[in-house]
Design a protein around this ligand. Sequence first.
Ligand code: NAD
Length: 471
Amino acid sequence: MEYGCLIGGEWLEGDREIVVENPYDGSEVGRVLAPEVDVEALLKDAREGQRRWRERPTYEVREALAEAAHLLKKHEDELAELIALEGGKPIRDARYEVYRTREVLRLSAAEAERLYGETLPGDAQRGRTAELILTVREPVGVVLSITPYNFPLLLPTHKLGPALAARCSVVHKPATVTPLSSLRLAEILLDAGVEPLALQVVVGPGAELGEELARADFDALSFTGSRSVGEHLREISPIPRITLELGGNDPVIVDETADVEAAAEAAVRGACYHAGQVCIAVERAIVVEDVYEEFLEAAVEVAESLKVGDPLDEDTDVGPLIDDGAVEKVRRHVEDAVERGAEILTGGEPEGRLFPPTVLADVPEDALVAREETFGPVLPVIRAKDFEEAIRIANSTDYGLHAAVFTERLDRAVKATRKLEAGGVIVNESTIYRADYMPFGGVKASGVGREGVPQAVREFTEEKTVVIGRR
Ligand code: NAD
């Protein structure tokens, strides 16, 4: 597989060779021959592309996005295999990613014809005598999209679909290790009828190309990735509207009334999905004293039942981590927890890039694994005296993406939804629960702004107020 970049409506090749490797066995999946990028020229084309795209009738925009969803279905097997090969995601989960991506395009198509405003009375205040006040929604302009490696098809589409539905144009920079899904997606969007100048895809190292783009004169930046890069972009970027979807350290609280087996199953599966490389993966279980031992026993059983191996095998549950650096980080977090008194109940030792599902007991609150994002298949279990203490521990990190609570008590479920500092609180399901139409995003160090197709469309539009005078 060989790609150039999509620039100015054309596929251009250049001298910078980016080899994409399968994280499972290091074999080559494909390469990108990236040309030098002239950011001013990109922006000029993007402005012209936005003008043209905006002139298209609504039904054409809707039909192009719906057609892209249809084409994704047609190429489902090929796309799932590509996600599994370049990202190491188990094939069943890769297929589900393709399905969700289709859904994002379907929802974006629907939003394209729902860019409604409001009507207000013109004369509801003394001295104000207009006939009518209206609001209309207008596109913000040119959007810069920067995405991470872990959902190489879905996360780019969460930006491209809503931005195009809002009649913006987009310059997209995918993660350098998993660019092929984005490039294939761009081909599909153009085949479906999207204005070629309204979508450009460039590939290159984040610290160079990403940084150069983020310093340029875009109208909006939509970034998904790590906390450190997100915070850096907030400092250096002049772009006036910035959405940041960053990392998390998502807790699952289990109280003494909970269905402990169901909670343990959800916590372990939520910690190990895509080898833990998910922003809303379960990063901590906080379990009250009374059911602590029972939870550990059930968690170990689930962890040991998961199959680790080749992402292309239909029965693989846990594939490889993305690179050696990721393995080192997870290993360091586990070692640090052990040094601080935690016990490894199962797992702990990687084989190459395969890290086995790992359950850690008696993890102290100050362990790295309990404070920072581990992004690996590790479930640290923290003991809490009671429900109140569990809530305090859950809120004790810098992050605030999702938080979950397992309880049979309605008052506690309600209390948790009010007290937990998170963008989303999930009751009796794992933190990893996300439907693509629901508002999604973080508080505290987990980011600003909301995604979810309708919410992202809102972020990419500006409300304009129109006053119709009385004559
Ligand atoms: P990353 O921050 O290393 O990279 C993300 C993107 O930013 C890549 O395209 C990269 O090339 C680019 N980049 C890197 N340095 C840059 C710079 N200086 N300027 C501009 N762009 C730059 O993240 P990653 O390792 O690819 O992904 C994992 C992280 O993403 C985790 O922290 C995870 O929690 C987070 N994430 C968050 C969400 C969410 O919705 N909140 C979803 C998925 C992943």
